[in-house]
Design a protein around this ligand. Sequence first.
Ligand code: PLP
Length: 369
Amino acid sequence: MNNLLASIEQVTLMGPGPSCISDEVFKAMALPTLGHMDKDFILIMDGIKEMLQKVMATKNRLTVPVSGTGSAGMETCFVNLIEPGDAVLILKNGVFGNRMFDVASRLGAQVDAVDAKWGTPILIDSVKEQLAKKPYKIVAIVHAETSTGVLNPIREIGNLVHQNGALYLVDAVTSLGGIPVPTDEIGIDALYSGSQKCLSCPPGLSPVSFSDRAVHAITNRRKKVPNWYLDMNMIIQYWHGANRVYHHTAPINMLYGLYQSLYLILEEGLEAVYQRHMKYHTMLVSELESMGLQMLVKSGYRLPMLNAVIVPDSVNEVKIRNELRNTYHIEIGAGLGDLAGKIFRIGLMGHTAREENVIKIVSALKKLL
Ligand code: PLP
């Protein structure tokens, strides 16, 4: 029988995630599997919680990785906080804001939206105007909109959300580990991320964090959380306390990978990690602009880890991506939704954000374009 795994190639992952994984993380994932209630594994769980608090800049006790990808983190935040009829406001300017709207609507919330044009940030004045109309239970926003490469102003919007009295829910799937996510300083009440972006661990885990206010809302619900697997009231009993209670079998080796990737980030130092992302983003943009290419997003609102580049009219976008993958063994991302066929998405996330990768993509694009 032919084993397909034997022919897997090394591809440089320069798309919207997953990102490149370091050998240290792969080695950690290949360590012997312990039992999910094993005393040594529980120490590793505690280490993960502690390191996540550092990377998320929070003292929130309820800071744990959810078993599942970033979308599971999104579901976890909404399903634990929303009760039918709750007023929820979603600020959306891309695919992942739309996904939040869908998730919140399925839970029976009364969902309003403030939209901004894709490729531009959420406008603070339009949020102010909407929040003046009524009180909300939750206001949600995507920090780093991966579908467009836009950085949203979460700090300024956070001030408005607090004046409204709402809980502030932030998607940090792409931002965490690439730019600062000052959870406590901004007063974020529910935060979720994903392992496969700037944390540079394979996809499969979604770190989440809840403030005391959010925990109060979760523990004082009128009805049980309608999703058994993601119910924080139960999950917390596996992740906290002297006597751990089994909930579901934790993905042990994935958690080894997350442990190691957080360890590497903290060993390098958060500031150094953020500077590295910015340095190679700046280098990439200046190289692309010198080739005559244009960025979709205006300077000042660009994400360092996700670079949206306008595809020139004369260029066949699919052909270029296929050539990059087949000839140069580089993956980049395509545009989604309204931006399909119009942009390339070049990721410089986590372990991908290195000089050799900028040189690799720029020299390949120079040959192809
Ligand atoms: N939110 C953002 C901003 C994302 O970029 C993604 C994935 O790209 C998600 C949520 C969903 O994460 P996943 O695909 O890991 O479920």
